[in-house]
Design a protein around this ligand. Structure first.
Ligand code: SF4
Length: 470
């Protein structure tokens, strides 16, 4: 019998439900039944970095296959943990998958720690490894070389391995979270659009879960854990209008009343008044829109052309229904001049957005943007990975110097937020407790000058601080 241990390394970033691992567990159990035993160790929960404790956890289970998943920005802790495991358990196959493996597989391969590195979704690749179908020489496994994962092969992620309430906290991916009892959920994978900066981790074909399965999952989370808030994390939830309507109708039929947010963004082109009204009736309180830039030139760089009339209409509709409208923008892009950034900031300032976030561009290899601007973007891998974390990036590939960029962005915070109309609209759209919490954070950051890019993460290492040695 194959024993498979799925691990999430300890990290001081968001401690959200390890949905990727729970999906893998469900999939493997359905595929191999009693021929395998699966377990999950989420070392983030207790901040487990003690080598002895890790060794005991692994020894007690005695895995034949160990799978690690982590975010790109968790590369240091992932490499340290992986090296430790490889030293102590050399006979177990060590595999890495998830966002880090998908974006940095070439870099990870250089460390010579992992038996296999899975790029893209991992269910089928891992199944082939368990089956013994993968030759040891195939170090990097691309999801597109395997059968496409059928999103309805399993009903929903294997929640048996976790106490969902252990993951209830106010530090989630959702910036305006209202209830502590909140969970992320996926109802589909994939996105058909071609934004040049996007990694397309789940591919370009949208694969939908049956809405009945999604509702069954939500019912389980509500009845068992008293979940009160959903963060829908699909690449693109709103591509099919009828499916969205069915989703909300079924929630209503089941008498499930939740607060719902879309922190991963929705496509504004597919939102109309009927849907936004439905959102309002069904507890949707926050919609993020990936605007990135409205400069003609930068829209070309990003392969993301906007219909500004439609975008403005959608934002106004969200505002009309008092749903928090949140625009995501990107700066620090190749070919970007100060006027390109000014155009986007002006658009944000004049719009009815309640909130905006501006992120510095973090290049991912294998994206079309990276390939087009390889000569500008090809900084050392380690610098690229180390130079960013979830809220922070020290990279700037634009033609705007850092001092000017920082000054402009900081100044715009005042221009955007100190608008009486925006303040009034935000009061109408935001939950009072969230407003007080946000005001406190906003004032703190405003006075400490950290408001726009967060802080560089201070990671000191725990096992072998020299993580760069290969
Ligand atoms: S819409 Fe979002 S998920 Fe789709 S390609 Fe663009 S960035 Fe990627």
């Amino acid at each position: 019998m194959n024993k498979i241990l799925l691990i999430r390394p300890a990290s001081n970033l968001l401690k959200n439900l390890p949905l990727g691992l729970l999906y893998l567990s469900s999939y493997l159990k359905k595929k191999f039944g009693n021929d395998i035993e699966v377990s999950i160790a989420d070392f983030r929960l207790r901040g487990t970095t003690n080598p002895k404790e890790i060794e005991i956890t692994l020894s007690e289970f005695g895995p034949d296959i160990i799978g690690i998943t982590s975010l790109s920005v968790e590369i240091k802790e992932t490499l340290e943990l992986a090296r430790f495991i490889k030293d102590k358990f050399p006979d177990a196959k060590l595999i890495i998958g998830g966002p880090l493996a998908s974006s940095e597989h070439e870099l990870l391969e250089q460390f010579n720690i992992f038996d296999h590195i899975v790029v893209g979704e991992g269910e089928e690749a891992l199944s082939s490894i368990v089956n013994g179908d993968i030759d040891a020489s195939r170090r990097i496994l691309f999801a597109h070389d395997f059968r496409e994962v059928d999103m309805n092969y399993i009903d929903y992620p294997d929640y048996n391995f976790v106490n969902v309430s252990d993951y209830f906290h106010m530090d989630s991916h959702e910036a305006f979270q209202i209830h502590k009892a909140a969970v992320p959920i996926f109802t589909s994978r994939g996105c058909p659009f071609n934004c040049s900066f996007c990694l397309h981790m789940f591919g370009k074909k949208v694969r939908f879960r049956n809405i009945e399965n999604v509702i069954a999952e939500i019912t389980h989370l509500v009845t068992r854990y008293n979940v009160r808030e959903l963060h829908i994390e699909d690449d693109i939830f709103n591509v099919k209008k009828e499916r969205m309507i069915l989703f909300f109708n079924l929630l209503k039929q089941k008498n499930i009343s939740l607060k719902i947010a879309f922190p991963n963004g929705l496509k504004y082109d597919f939102l109309d008044e009927e849907i936004i009204r439905l959102f309002k009736i069904n507890g949707v309180f926050h919609v993020c829109l990936g605007i990135e830039s409205v400069s003609e030139k930068i829209m070309d760089v990003l392969s993301k052309k906007h219909n500004l009339k439609k975008l403005t209409e959608t934002i106004s509709l969200l505002s009309k229904y008092n749903i928090l409208a949140h625009g995501y923008f990107i700066t620090g892009l190749p070919d970007e001049n100060i006027d390109d950034l000014r155009v986007s900031l002006e658009y944000a300032n004049k719009s009815k957005l309640h909130h905006y976030s501006i992120f510095k561009y973090i290049p991912f290899k294998k994206t079309s943007l990276f390939e087009k601007y390889a000569s500008i973007l090809s900084i050392a891998d380690i610098d690229r990975v180390e130079g960013a974390n979830y809220h922070y990036s020290n990279m700037n590939f634009s033609n705007i110097n850092n001092a000017t960029l920082d000054k402009l962005l900081k100044k715009n915070i005042y221009r955007f937020y100190f608008s009486p109309v925006r303040i009034f609209n935000t009061f109408l759209a935001i939950d009072t407790r969230t407003l007080l919490r946000k005001l406190y954070i906003f004032i703190y950051y405003l006075f400490t000058g950290k408001v726009y890019f967060g802080e560089k993460r201070n990671y000191t290492g725990w096992y072998n601080p020299d993580f760069t040695s290969k």
